[in-house]
Design a binder for this molecule. Structure first.
Ligand code: SF4
Length: 248
């Protein structure tokens, strides 16, 4: 598949078709369309096992990018290992270039449990490794697990979008699924959730309280991320049409 051919994908028609498609069919279409140039990213968060299972079942050995910021919960690493061993996953971990302790010192972050400058920390420790991964692996198709019901920032997203910043198509097979449908899929396939989910964490990122906290009843799942800040996306999943409007 050449870049010229890929550029000719009729995104409006595809998005219209995907609105009523089962997520697994969207993954199958992506595998047929992009072949070895398809990969996925995962945060190994609360319900990440659903898309990992679906993609791995349709394309065993699919490359999975995981960004290690240096500030994840120990439970996240344990969850990743649990899934890696169970499915023999092909995980490509991209680490921050910073030593986690040294970064805090140099950035003037005195409290390891709280970030004063979230934008700078995300840029250095999350977005940079992800951008490096996408540049090195150079996919033509990128599967990601975002859903419209997670947050207002995701309500207007499309199933397939051209991402200028990463120079590839971003495909979100679970976009129309509700949390209930994800839960049903996990149950149907006997898949685990992130261990912190049971403790009220509905969206799990890094461990400082400024970045991930449990949510209250009725709050949307992403409200536990960067609570009290004017920020809902870290950047990876924000990239839509340019690096300035990028999405993690
Ligand atoms: S989520 Fe928090 S700890 Fe993680 S990279 Fe962003 S600011 Fe840093």
């Amino acid at each position: 598949m050449t870049a010229d051919t890929l550029a000719k994908l009729d995104l409006p028609s595809l998005n219209q078709m995907f609105e009523s498609a089962d997520p697994a069919r969207i993954v199958e279409w992506s595998v047929a369309q992009f072949g070895e140039d398809l990969l996925m990213s995962s945060s190994f968060g609360e319900d990440s096992a659903a898309l990992i299972h679906m993609a791995h079942r349709i394309k065993p050995g699919i490359r999975i990018i995981f960004v290690n910021t240096g500030y994840h919960f120990p439970e996240t690493h344990a969850f990743l290992e649990q899934l890696r061993l169970r499915f023999n996953l092909n995980i490509w971990t991209y680490r921050t270039r910073n030593d986690p302790i040294a970064y805090l010192h140099h950035a003037g972050e005195e409290n390891p449990a709280w970030r004063k400058d979230i934008t700078a920390c995300c840029a250095a420790n999350k977005n940079e490794p992800f951008q490096r991964a996408m540049k090195e692996l150079a996919p033509k198709g990128w599967l990601r697990g975002i859903r419209r019901d997670e947050a207002k920032t995701r309500a207007g997203r499309q199933f397939i979008e051209w991402n200028q910043g990463y120079n590839c198509h971003a495909i979100s097979p679970l976009l129309n699924w509700t949390a209930r449908e994800v839960h049903a899929y996990l149950k149907q396939h006997d898949l685990p959730r992130h261990p912190l989910w049971e403790k009220g964490y509905a969206s799990i990122g890094c461990n400082p309280l400024s970045c991930t906290r449990p949510i209250g009843e009725g709050e949307d799942p992403r409200s536990g991320r960067w609570a009290g800040q004017d920020k809902v996306e870290c950047g990876i999943n924000q990239y839509k049409n340019s690096l300035d409007s990028a999405n993690l």
